[in-house]
Design a protein around this ligand. Structure first.
Ligand SMILES: *[C@@H]1O[C@H](CO)[C@@H](O)[C@H](O)[C@H]1NC(C)=O
Ligand SMILES: *[C@@H]1O[C@H](CO)[C@@H](O)[C@H](O)[C@H]1NC(C)=O
Ligand SMILES: *[C@@H]1O[C@H](CO)[C@@H](O)[C@H](O)[C@H]1NC(C)=O
Ligand SMILES: *[C@@H]1O[C@H](CO)[C@@H](O)[C@H](O)[C@H]1NC(C)=O
Ligand SMILES: *[C@@H]1O[C@H](CO)[C@@H](O)[C@H](O)[C@H]1NC(C)=O
Length: 796
């Protein structure tokens, strides 16, 4: 279809410069480190394409504190303020169940009497664990008076059961912090709760504990060598071998470093571990860990002057379990601790490196003011920090049997000398540009693609985004490439992402922020376009071109149907090689959409062309006498992210313009624009003719479309063309187009009827100009933003 468009000079010169400034600013080339997402999707777009569903509860801010995925019951449990929810994993906003669990009036009053603010004096659910097949263990802050209870969820298949067992309500002291803002992590194994928290009202006693119905084992109180002002970030139970007695519990936390004088210095990230079966000592270390050790988790990049930049503040951690349970991959999201320079990094760790660090040597210092050295003295047997298991010849069946010297040693040497270094000795992802955007959460999926396995990182930001990124390590150059596949705006309003849970089974993310819980599909392959090149250039390991469309990639053998050839190249995105012969450029050139655009001499004209991919480079060509020349742009003809902008169109500018994109060497012709430049005198003539012919009201509607309706700054002067007293529309157009040399009256008539006068098109046009108006004001992301229009330079 031939698309015809009339662009009258709709920009007034006064506003012109402002608008241009914006366009030019937005078109700034990204600096070396920044990467553009290939696709950017607004909240509205995600909703429209059914990629996301949002649960917001009833009216009030949900304020979720913790979430738990239960695949066996097909539910997502959410601990929030004064309430617990059980959501449907298929549709978080349908058929949910709710337990209200607030504090009593009396408790709230008591809390406020202690000097607390009203919002703090509520029951924030911070612990939510699967206790056994039928019950959850749930604990809340209870208006600064922690409480725990059991929640019945029933057996598998009884998904509608969701009830708090009143008789199970008990004190939550030592299992849940008092302060809603307090960091708290927990994990449950065989009915035992492992938890990192501040156990007291004043938040002095940070501890790593284990609770079961008869014992309470924990770190030493007031031992700054074990824990010093910890912030608890994550925990996991990881087996060492097939002997369950050798299972270890790992804790990830930050703490303050102290110097010789006991003065607090910077913050560091630590990984601590205990034996899951640790019963403490018999005579000493009673109800204290007999196996607690810790070491530093490093995430840094080498600096030019030999000084490394350290990312010492752990924001979030994700343990990616694999078939081999003993060797999960661990991903840490870190930030710098500097007040001046805020950067973020993701580092990945392997268990073998972690185990190696815990196997020694121990760190030692003679006195507080001395430096740490590797302990070179005699280490007692069994190895301090090892578990009472078959590993030690089976002679110790319980930690209470360990010799005193072992306990004494572990008590005085809880720190390992060697830190844990990340895989590749550097971050796999970096954000070092000054930016207001903070990274808050991480979840990782391991995806099998045709050319290997990829880690797809989902990173939450403080402004409601989830970034979907892959990182590709190049062995030859020893470098890491980050590919930002998608930038998804999960919530309508900017709010920090507080939690991301991934369900590889369902191919869904569950994302929590204080405004709600979102369910988001991991991929949407058709979005990249139906051509082989579109799919290949996307480099999304979930997607491959199947000969017809871009669709979900399944590794061979998963489905019999998928045996036919699939085209995918995540590592290089080499569409030229992969899709060659499928689309001949010449053919494309001819087949590309064609548009006719009219401009008035010395007016401003924008030839709009925005590629779907924000990573594509746009090139413009003009065809004259069968030859094509690249348009380089100058001070009059400017290449903007929205298209080619002519400041003062000359008649010599008329011609056929071709908009092409280049991405990974693949050239794609998007659009051919036939630009006609009208002489002012001829236009005047047309106007006068039109005026003389008069018209009716209905036609005015049709004409008004030519005016950018949402651009109030356009003066009446530049509205000359459409503001003529409405003539008979069809006649007028016919005359007008004939006058300017366009012959096919039939088409014109059809066009006016079908396109210009239809409501749909009108709204669309209106939107387009409204959007441009938004650019002019240089404001943030509008609801209507299309993923085709880059509004911001991305600073990720
Ligand atoms: C989204 O879902 C609604 C209701 O289920 C349906 O009517 C609509 O067509 C869907 N939209 C898309 C883009 O699939
Ligand atoms: C947590 O602390 C921040 C300030 O540090 C405060 O604004 C917020 O209200 C607190 N949240 C709760 C639930 O008390
Ligand atoms: C789970 O624990 C609860 C509370 O202790 C108990 O009542 C229930 O019987 C247990 N369920 C199973 C299946 O063991
Ligand atoms: C908790 O107590 C019950 C009854 O006293 C006992 O049967 C059970 O084994 C205990 N659980 C743990 C984890 O010790
Ligand atoms: C656009 O062209 C019209 C008609 O010649 C003229 O009156 C108007 O001033 C022009 N506008 C600009 C911004 O140059």
């Amino acid at each position: 279809m031939l698309v015809l468009e009339i662009m009258a000079g709709w920009m007034q010169s006064v506003n012109q410069s402002m608008m241009l400034l914006c366009l030019i600013f937005l078109g700034m080339a990204p600096t070396a480190n920044s990467i553009y997402p290939r696709i950017r999707l607004s909240h509205k777009e995600l909703l429209q394409m059914n990629r996301t569903w949002i649960f917001q509860g009833q009216g009030l801010l949900l304020q979720p504190q913790t979430m738990l995925l239960d695949e066996s019951h097909q539910r997502l449990y959410v601990g929030a303020k004064n309430a617990l929810f059980s959501l449907n994993l298929d549709r978080v906003n349908a058929h949910y169940r709710q337990i209200n669990w607030g504090s009593t009036e009396f408790q709230i009053e008591e809390c406020m009497m202690k000097g607390r603010e009203k919002p703090e004096c509520a029951n924030y659910i911070k612990v939510l664990q699967q206790y056994n097949q039928t019950h959850l263990l749930v604990c809340g802050t209870g208006a600064f008076n922690p409480v725990c209870a059991m929640v019945r969820v029933g057996h598998k298949g009884q998904e509608t059961t969701f009830a708090l067992e009143q008789e199970s309500v008990m004190s939550g002291k030592g299992r849940c912090p008092y302060d809603p803002n307090s960091s708290c992590i927990s994990t449950l194994r065989r009915g035992e709760l492992y938890i990192g928290l501040y156990t007291d009202y004043w938040e002095n006693d940070g501890a790593l504990c284990r609770l079961n119905n008869n014992t309470y084992t924990r770190t030493e109180r007031n031992d700054r060598q074990q824990l010093n002002e910890p912030k608890f970030v994550g925990s996991a139970v990881i087996p060492d071998n097939d002997d369950r007695d050798d299972d270890k519990v790992y804790f990830f936390f930050t703490e303050r470093e102290t110097d010789g004088e006991g003065v607090n210095r910077g913050v560091l990230t630590q990984i601590g571990r205990v034996c899951a079966n640790d019963q403490g000592g018999q005579r000493m270390l009673v109800n204290r860990w007999s196996s607690f050790l810790k070491t530093r988790l490093i995430c840094s990049v080498p600096g030019p002057n030999g000084i490394d930049t350290h990312f010492d503040n752990l924001e979030d951690v994700f343990v990616l379990t694999k078939k081999d349970e003993k060797n999960p991959e661990i991903f840490g999201l870190f930030s710098t601790t500097s007040a001046v320079f805020k950067g973020y990094a993701v580092c990945m760790y392997h268990m073998e490196d972690i185990r190696a660090a815990f196997n020694g040597p121990f760190a030692h210092r003679e006195r507080l003011e001395h430096h740490w050295t590797a302990f070179e003295g005699k280490v007692p047997y069994p190895q301090p920090g090892s578990c009472a298991s078959k590993m030690n010849g089976g002679s110790f069946s319980n930690s209470k049997d360990f010799p005193d010297e072992v306990l004494r040693f572990v008590r005085s040497h809880p720190v390992m000398y060697r830190p844990v270094l990340p895989h590749h000795h550097r971050p796999i992802l970096l954000q070092t540009e000054p930016s207001r955007r903070k990274l808050t959460q991480i979840a990782v999926d391991r995806v099998q693609a045709q050319d290997g396995h990829y880690h797809v990182l989902y990173i939450g930001t403080d402004d409601s985004l989830v970034l979907k990124v892959i990182t590709i390590y190049n062995k030859d150059t020893d470098s890491i490439e980050e590919v930002l596949l998608e930038e998804l705006q999960i919530f309508k309003v900017p709010a920090p992402i507080k939690e991301i849970i991934i369900s590889p089974k369902r191919q869904q993310l569950y994302v929590g922020s204080e405004v709600g819980i979102a369910q988001v599909r991991l991929h949407q392959c058709d979005l990249y376009g139906s051509a082989c090149a579109d799919c290949c250039l996307a480099r999304d390991p979930y997607c491959a071109w199947d000969g017809l469309t871009c669709s979900r990639y399944y590794p061979a053998g998963v489905y019999a149907k998928s045996r036919r050839f699939r085209r995918q190249d995540v590592r290089h995105g080499n569409a030229v090689q992969l899709c060659n012969g499928l689309q001949i450029d010449d053919e494309q050139w001819q087949r590309a959409e064609e548009r006719l655009i009219y401009s008035i001499e010395s007016n401003t004209t924008l030839l709009e062309c925005v590629p779907r991919s924000l990573q594509a480079k746009v090139l413009w060509f003009v065809e004259t006498k069968g030859e094509k020349h690249e348009v380089r742009g100058d001070e009059r003809v400017i290449m903007t992210p929205h298209g080619l902008l002519f400041l003062h169109v000359k008649s010599s500018d008329a011609g056929v313009y071709v908009c092409q994109t280049v991405e990974h060497g693949y050239v794609h012709t998007l659009l051919r624009i036939n630009l006609h430049v009208l002489r002012a005198e001829r236009l005047d003539l047309a106007m006068r003719k039109a005026k003389n012919e008069g018209g009716d009201g209905a036609a005015a509607q049709c004409h008004s479309i030519i005016i950018p309706p949402a651009a109030p700054s356009v003066s009446s002067q530049s509205l000359q063309l459409p503001s003529v007293p409405a003539p008979n529309s069809r006649l007028w157009y016919k005359e007008f187009l004939q006058l300017i040399g366009y012959g096919d009256a039939q088409k014109v008539e059809e066009y006016c009827e079908r396109v210009w006068c239809s409501d749909k098109k009108r709204r669309k046009t209106k939107r387009k100009y409204a959007a441009l108006g938004g650019v002019k004001r240089g404001k943030g992301r509008g609801e209507e933003n299309s993923h085709r229009a880059p509004r911001h330079t991305l600073d990720t």
